[in-house]
Ligand binder design. Structure first.
Ligand code: AMP
Length: 449
């Protein structure tokens, strides 16, 4: 098996890696580091949890360290990340890996006062990690100059596009010098990402660490058929019975996440919610309390959770099954990190059985069903030959009878569920889908930056 030394890393970086306790490069590291050290562009299909941050940070640091420009520091490496959490995590990794180098890095994102960020920029940084909104904002105010960037890293590119950042990315690309090394990482590689990649990568080495293979087979998965109204009691029961010490619960909506946190509190379970409507400080605090074990349960929506790297998550609950099958794979990938085992429960009610069909088609097998629990509900089991996708419910069929409240609720569900690439057909017309996506993007951008 390969070690870090054989990848051509310098002594300073080998020491940092050793101090982090890494002994063997992960596949994405083994495949990306050598070509990056040789000046090649890299297109990586890898999600968080595969070790992709070190795969780009180590070679970028090493190449930057080879030559040091005279005078004041200027931005030589720019890393773009879709979410504040991921940006903060990447920056924290740069701290660890650059421990023995004279390289200064800084993270900037929205939702917090810009002044400390501006002060750091004025002192001079070598590596800038940023979310697109704050980056363009500070460029507009004249605090950031990208004309000396040697490395451009676009991380979680698929999420960037889902969140509507494509125009921001294009604006940033125009401000970069022509001669530079490019890296693009994405959990999935739909055509939109392939097109984006080909627009700015040159003769890139393709590194593919398929996320489905990485995550799905190491994780114990169970489906529980249950009425919507019983989900809350079911989750309380499991959390208590299994003494869950670090569990993440996915709900479809921000509102649903808040409500569940309150309901869990009523049952004596201390939980916190993390989603785009929470202030940055609330999100940071919730995540920190979850990481250090003060809070055992984190309730999250997809956008807020994607990319979050918390070790030792023992349980993932799909409290609401995701309507996009790929989200299921991302969600359950929160557990079973770094070879550890974990369990993923999926609660499927009678409106979600089509989602289950889509998920099982994507992962290629039927998930084990646990029907031993007291809330087992036969009515939620997919019917023979059932198609993937949304089930038409009585309420979605008879609009006249709907109360305004239900309409608003549906709208809010549509707005808040994260759009992703999928072959699956849904009940919505294309026009509806694209206007939902536009709404979604605008909201996501507001929430994230
Ligand atoms: P990432 O996919 O970059 O978010 O990394 C996921 C986690 O894996 C982080 O906690 C890293 O510290 C850890 N990690 C990265 N590379 C290695 C490695 N070669 N061996 C062990 N852990 C690693």
């Amino acid at each position: 098996m390969q070690d870090f030394q054989s990848l051509g890393l310098s002594d300073e970086l080998l020491l940092a890696v050793e101090q982090e306790g890494y002994t063997t490069p992960t596949p994405v590291q083994a495949q990306s580091i050598p070509p990056l050290l040789n000046g090649r562009d890299v297109l990586g299909v890898a999600q968080t949890g595969t070790g992709k941050t070190a795969a780009f940070a180590l070679p970028v640091l090493q190449v930057m360290n080879r030559s040091k420009p005279q005078g004041k520091r200027h931005i030589r490496a720019l890393v773009l990340s879709p979410t504040r959490e991921l940006a903060a995590q990447i920056d924290e990794r740069f701290s660890a890996y650059s421990e023995h180098l004279d390289i200064r890095h800084k993270v900037i994102f929205g939702g917090v006062n810009q002044n400390p960020q501006v002060r750091a920029l004025e002192k001079g940084v070598d590596v800038l990690v940023a979310t697109p909104g704050r980056l363009l904002d500070l460029i507009g105010q004249g605090y950031i100059d990208l004309s000396s960037v040697e490395f451009f890293v676009l991380d979680e590119a698929d999420q960037m596009l889902d969140m509507g950042f494509i125009r921001d990315i294009k604006k940033v690309l125009k401000l970069l010098p022509k001669r530079r090394q490019n890296l693009l990482f994405s959990a999935t590689m739909p055509k939109s990402i392939a097109d984006l990649a080909s627009s700015f990568l040159h003769n890139a080495v393709m590194v593919d660490v398929s996320p489905e293979e990485v995550t799905v087979d190491r994780i114990a998965q169970k489906i529980m058929f249950v009425r919507k109204a019983d989900k809350r009691r079911l989750i309380v029961k499991i959390i208590k019975q299994e003494k869950v010490s670090k569990g993440i619960v996915f709900t479809r909506t921000k509102h649903g996440a808040n409500r569940l946190v309150k309901q869990l509190a009523q049952s004596g379970i201390n939980a916190a919610a993390i989603h785009g409507n929470k202030s940055q400080s609330a999100r940071t605090k919730a995540l920190a309390s979850f990481k250090n074990g003060e809070i055992k349960i984190l309730v999250a929506t997809d956008i807020a959770s994607r990319g979050i790297d918390v070790n030792d998550i023992t349980h993932v609950f799909n409290y609401d099954l995701p309507n996009e099958p790929e989200s299921y794979v991302h969600r359950i990938g929160r557990t079973a990190r770094a070879g550890k085992s974990g369990i993923a429960y999926g609660f499927c009610d009678d409106t979600e059985s089509g989602y289950l069909v889509g998920i099982q088609q994507l992962i290629g097998f039927e998930i084990d069903v646990d029907e031993t629990h007291e809330f087992h509900f036969m009515g939620a089991i997919p019917k023979p030959g059932q198609k993937p996708g949304k089930i038409k419910t009585a309420s979605s069929g008879s609009k006249k009878n709907n109360s305004n409240r239900n309409k608003n609720k549906r709208r809010s569900n549509q707005r808040q569920s994260r759009p992703q690439q999928s072959n699956q057909k849904s009940g919505n017309s294309n026009r509806q889908r694209s206007s939902n996506k536009r709404r979604n993007r605008n909201r996501s951008r507001n929430n994230q930056n």
